[in-house]
Design a protein around this ligand. Structure first.
Ligand code: GLN
Length: 442
């Protein structure tokens, strides 16, 4: 069933009822908040859910944080505005790791989310609520944000499609800033076709976000490409990492499947890729420490009173922010400090450039780079790993953010009863090509 099959029907109330019935257990929807779409729009009657770090006037935007628990959206994000104009109705906001930092959804101030495919497992993160909501059948699509994999990884864990467009394809106006040079709004859906429909509506240059670009190809239409001529590159790092054996076995099945369809699949050593996690965990916390300085008890949300300005800042941030967010702010402040800037931030930016050049070179020869979306299967809820082990889980998703490339996670069977996703990374601003290939292969 695709969005086009729903056109002309009104399923809003029935889906809201479904959320009330089932979500007590899953906890993927933080609040049901209805903002009705344009009655004359083609898609009127079709509901969607929005990650709680995207502003929608008439809803709160908590970012999964106590510090913004009562924050009302002052305006609507451009991406959502366009969907409302097309007729879609917002029915609520979804749970997430606080300020989009995390990959299990256990860092939400409002409790963890359960994976609808296996209630003992995490749904992934940070957009775990949006992924779980689609997997649970509440809505045909939802919005998330992807800074280092937060749409693709939860999509893989929940067995749905997750797409992060090229950087600049969709306006970030109204998306809470985490790491501005990496953040992009992305889409969860049951199939690639719906991802194409929704992205086509949201995309485009926006005077309110100077990093957006015009894109003149129709994302819904297939580009002229012969699938049996597709050239796919697999970076060797897929096998080097502490990847789960079962993940690798399933990945081999994907390779065989694609080869049987005629695709040319090569394995290549791309040593630059091994630095991506290191680069990311310097750049993303640095930008976050700067972006999150605004939550100081004065401009936004919570204020914990104390005598004197500095004490008030301290009390507000101490009480309002969770452990992972504090860790990132500390790392980021350190990386940007005058003593260490050259050694860390500046160096990481240079290696990021090297990586981008290398990816460009590879993607001149290949249509796409393929990896498992995640090196591991969804962990159990409450399984306590070290922060570094969590950070390493993003090894395959981070490169697309560092280089601005479009990337998609597509479900490919189950492994030990748990969903499995593969990732295709495409050429920058050639999202139409990546989506055509993804849509027609499976
Ligand atoms: N898991 C990564 C992090 O914790 C990515 C998050 C994201 O994409 N928002 O930073």
């Amino acid at each position: 069933m695709t969005l086009d099959d729903l056109v002309g029907k009104n399923v809003i109330e029935e889906r809201i009822k479904r959320i009330y019935e089932r979500d007590k257990e899953i906890n993927s929807v933080l609040r049901i908040e209805k903002v009705e779409g344009n009655k004359d729009g083609n898609y009127f009657g079709i509901p969607f859910l929005v990650k709680d770090n995207i502003l929608v006037e008439g809803t709160k935007t908590t970012n999964g944080s106590k510090i913004l628990e009562n924050y009302n959206s002052p305006y609507t994000a451009t991406a959502v505005e366009k969907l409302l104009k097309a007729g879609f109705t917002v029915v609520g906001k979804t749970n997430m790791d606080e300020f989009a930092m995390g990959n299990t959804n256990e860092h939400s101030a409002f409790g963890p989310v359960k994976n609808p495919k296996n209630l003992n497992r995490v749904p992934g993160g940070s957009s775990g609520g949006s992924a779980a909501a689609v997997a649970a059948g509440y809505v045909p699509f939802s919005l998330g944000s992807d800074t280092g994999g937060s749409v693709r990884q939860p999509a893989a864990f929940c067995g749905v499609v997750g797409f992060k467009p090229s950087y600049g394809m969709i306006s970030r106006y109204g998306l809470t800033a985490f790491s501005s040079s990496l953040d992009q709004i992305g889409v969860f859906a049951n199939n690639v076709k719906d991802v194409r429909t929704v992205t086509e509506i949201m995309k485009g240059k926006d005077p309110k976000d100077s990093t957006t670009l015009e894109h003149d190809k129709d994302l819904v239409k297939d580009v002229d490409i012969d699938l049996s001529q597709t050239k796919i590159c697999i970076p060797k790092v897929v096998y080097h990492e502490n990847a789960d054996d079962n993940v690798i076995k399933q990945f081999e099945r994907v390779i065989n499947f694609l080869r049987s369809k005629g695709a040319k699949v090569d394995i290549k050593d791309i040593p630059e890729l091994e630095y991506s996690v290191a680069i990311y965990y310097i750049i993303a916390p640095a930008e976050a420490s700067s972006n999150l300085s605004r939550y100081d008890g004065v401009k936004y949300g919570l204020r914990n009173h104390a005598l004197g300005l500095n004490k008030m800042y301290k009390a507000t941030r101490e009480g309002g922010l969770g452990i992972e967010v504090k860790r990132r702010i500390m790392m980021g402040t350190f990386n940007l400090s005058s003593l260490y800037y050259d050694q860390y931030y500046s160096k990481a930016s240079k290696v990021r450039k090297l990586l981008s050049n290398k990816m460009k070179e590879i993607l001149n020869d290949y249509h796409l780079i393929m990896t498992p979306t995640s090196p591991v299967l969804p962990p159990k809820i409450g399984e306590k790993l070290k922060p570094l082990d969590y950070y390493l889980m993003d090894i395959f998703t981070i490169p697309a953010n560092l280089t601005g490339s479009p990337a998609i996670s597509i479900p490919f069977g189950d492994v030990q009863g748990l969903p499995f996703g593969i990732q295709f990374i495409g050429r920058y601003m050639k999202d139409e090509e990546l989506l055509t290939i993804a849509d027609n292969f499976f």
